[in-house]
Every structure is written in structure tokens, then in C-alpha cells.
Design a protein around this ligand. Structure first.
Ligand code: AR6
Length: 339
């Protein structure tokens, strides 16, 4: 998945590069900067000394030393002064500079903390918005997987109205799915004597002779020769019907280009449910079409699954922005769409 929001300690990320929220001296400090220097060991400080500092909005690169990543990209975020002092442009420039440096070092996987959102005081929700927008823009022209690593789930603040509506919808639908409408579990009738034996008999396998191949089931071969449209075929048909390009589709679905090509080149490809749902959202399908596309991959939308209910709500409300949907899923500790 090209853009992923995850909860982790960035020093544990096994990626090509992690990004450090540094200060202009590049000589270490508190927060994520302190954690990165501690985990990388003293050679990182020696390498930073040789760089001679960095200006706000720019980025510098060192090796990762004892960290599990190859590189550390140090960038200096703006100090929040109320928002009217060019902080947004400076913060966006941090992400762009760090990503450009990562691309020039052929990094395929990069992890960012929420720059400026700690000691430097940038409001977390706004900092996340700048990160998401700037990274998404970069990814529209580059093949890379970028992780935004947040320490606490509160950093992700979905619009409170949307969040309230979705949680209310989950409460309704999930509660219905888990209710016991006919009181089935309250009054189990006593089983008649011999009742189970009768049932068992009706499920007994047919006699062996009836299980011989196609001679006994002349219709089977014909049925197998007339399979329905497959997942891939339906997907490609919808892309054509909607007049969008493949690239628009997989980018909007937040799906890796290689995965999309795998799906495209195999008419019988079976995607994961999260991938199928991401494509349904990218294609802005109705709920009915989404169900049909999912069914082609062997899945259903279930009211016993909170993630499914969130997606159902979003589709009903025509919320087709996968990043927004994934923020809600993240906040509820549910699996994101994509892959
Ligand atoms: N992994 C992921 N995120 C983290 C981690 C971690 N291990 N530790 C903290 N965060 P901050 P800034 C989050 O203060 O605001 C330093 O002293 C944290 O919750 O590290 O850019 C520098 O030397 C917050 O959301 O960076 C500078 O002087 C985010 O990382 C100054 O702080 C950034 O918080 C830079 O301040």
C-alpha cells in the first residue's frame, strides 16, 4: 500500500529510510530525535556533526548505523507560531525535501514521524493533514511505500461529525447483527428422540456409485465451461465504463502498481478483501456493485464486521476518499483498505 498510517515506534521500522524530526543544529535533542540517536548509536551524532546543520524545510541524509533502516533523513520542521507565519508551507517542504532525497537514494520504503507535532507545537490533526496531502501528491508521480508512524491514536483526528456518524452507524448495524431477533437462543425446543439420527441420515454422503465423474453429472462440464465474469474481468470492465486510466484507479485505491498489474494480467486472480474493497471505493461503486465485485473474489460485506460497516457507511454517503476512510479505520483499530 503506497501510503500507510501505522502506530509504532519509528526506531523499530525495517524500511530503507526513516525520517528524523530534528533541529537546525542536527546535533540531537528530545522527542523522536532523541529516540533515533539513542537507537542508532554514537556514530550517528558524528555523521550529523559533519553535515554542519540544516535549515527549516530542508533535509539531510546519513546512514542508519545501529538502526534497522539503511538511512536516516533529518529534516527540520517549523516551530508553530499560530499558523500565520508560513508554517504550513515550511512543513510541506520538509516532507517534499525528505521524499526527494529518499528517491535520489533509491529508497522504496520510507517512514515519517509527524514532524513538528511534538516539541515544536504544530497541532497534530493539522500536521497529519499536511503530511497526508504532501505525501499523496508525491506518490502520484513516484513508486514508493510511505509510512506515517504515529505514536498515539489521538494524533489521528477524523472530522468529529464524520466520526460520530460512523460510530452511531456501527452501533445501530452491529447491534442489530448481534441481536437475537427470534429469541433463538432463549428457548431451545427439546430434540425429539431419534431426531438427530434422522438429520444425520439426510446429510450422509451419496452411495459411491453416484460419485463417478462427469458421466453421472452431465451438466457439470458445461457449467464449468460457462463461468461468470471473474473479479479481474469485472474490474477491467468497470474501469473502461468509467473512462478512467489504470493508474488513476490503483492510485486512488492506494494500491501498489505491481499488485494492480498482477491482478490485471491474471483473469482468475483472487485479491484480498481489503484490496477488493479499495478498488470498489476507487471506482466509486454503489453498494450493490461493491457487493457484486466482492462476491467475484469470494467475499461479502458483513454486518458482523465493524470494518465492513465503516466501508458500507462511507459508500452510502459517497465518501470515496480512501485516505479519509483509512483514517477512520485506523482510529477504530481496524484493518485499512488497500495493499
Ligand atoms: N516514534 C514515532 N513517533 C514518535 C516517537 C517515536 N519513537 N517519539 C516521538 N514521536 P518531536 P518536533 C512523535 O517533539 O515537534 C527535538 O528536541 C511525537 O509524539 O519529536 O518536530 C528536536 O531536536 C510527535 O507527534 O518533534 C527538535 O528540537 C512527533 O513524533 C524538536 O524536538 C514529533 O515530535 C523537534 O520537534
Amino acid at each position: 500500500m503506497p501510503l500507510q498510517l501505522i502506530r509504532n515506534d519509528i526506531t523499530k521500522m525495517r524500511v530503507d529510510a526513516i525520517v528524523n524530526a530534528a533541529n537546525p543544529s542536527l546535533l540531537g535533542g528530545g522527542g523522536v530525535d532523541g529516540a533515533i540517536h539513542r537507537a542508532a548509536g554514537p556514530q550517528l551524532l558524528a555523521a550529523c556533526r559533519r553535515l554542519g546543520g540544516c535549515q527549516v524545510g530542508q533535509a539531510r541524509l546519513t546512514r542508519g548505523y545501529d538502526l534497522p533502516c539503511k538511512y536516516v533523513i533529518h529534516t527540520v520542521g517549523p516551530i508553530w507560531q499560530g499558523g500565520a507565519h508560513g508554517e504550513r508551507a515550511q512543513l510541506a517542504s520538509c516532507y517534499r525535501s525528505a521524499l526527494a532525497l529518499a528517491a535520489s537514494h533509491r529508497c522504496k520504503t520510507v517512514a515519517f514521524p509527524l514532524i513538528s507535532s511534538g516539541v515544536y507545537g504544530y497541532p497534530k490533526a493539522q500536521a497529519l493533514q499536511v503530511a497526508l496531502e504532501t505525501i499523496a501528491e508525491f506518490l502520484s508521480g513516484h513508486d514508493m511505500t510511505v509510512y506515517i508512524v504515529v505514536f498515539d491514536r489521538d494524533a489521528v483526528q477524523v472530522s468529529s461529525k464524520l466520526f460520530q456518524n460512523i460510530t452511531a452507524y456501527i452501533d445501530d448495524v452491529y447491534a442489530d447483527a448481534h441481536a437475537d431477533p427470534a429469541g433463538r437462543f432463549r428457548q431451545l425446543p427439546a430434540a425429539p428422540v431419534g431426531g438427530f439420527a434422522e438429520e444425520a441420515a439426510s446429510f450422509a454422503p451419496p452411495p459411491r456409485t453416484a460419485m463417478r465423474p462427469s458421466v453421472a453429472h452431465p451438466g457439470l462440464d458445461a457449467m464449468l465451461a460457462q463461468l461468470d465474469e471473474s473479479f479481474t474481468q469485472m474490474l477491467l470492465r468497470l474501469i473502461d465504463e468509467k473512462h478512467i486510466s489504470d493508474a488513476d484507479c490503483y492510485k486512488k485505491a492506494n494500491i501498489d502498481r505491481r499488485l494492480f498489474h498482477k491482478i490485471r494480467s491474471n483473469p482468475h486472480y483472487k485479491p484480498s478483501k481489503q484490496t477488493a474493497l479499495a478498488l470498489a471505493v476507487a471506482l466509486e461503486l454503489s453498494l450493490e456493485q461493491t457487493r457484486e465485485l466482492l462476491m467475484k473474489a469470494g467475499f461479502a460485506l458483513s454486518h458482523s464486521d465493524k470494518g465492513d460497516i465503516v466501508v458500507e457507511y462511507c459508500i452510502r454517503q459517497r465518501i470515496y476518499n480512501i485516505i479519509e476512510i483509512n483514517q477512520v479505520l485506523f482510529k477504530l483499530d481496524l484493518q485499512p483498505l488497500g495493499y
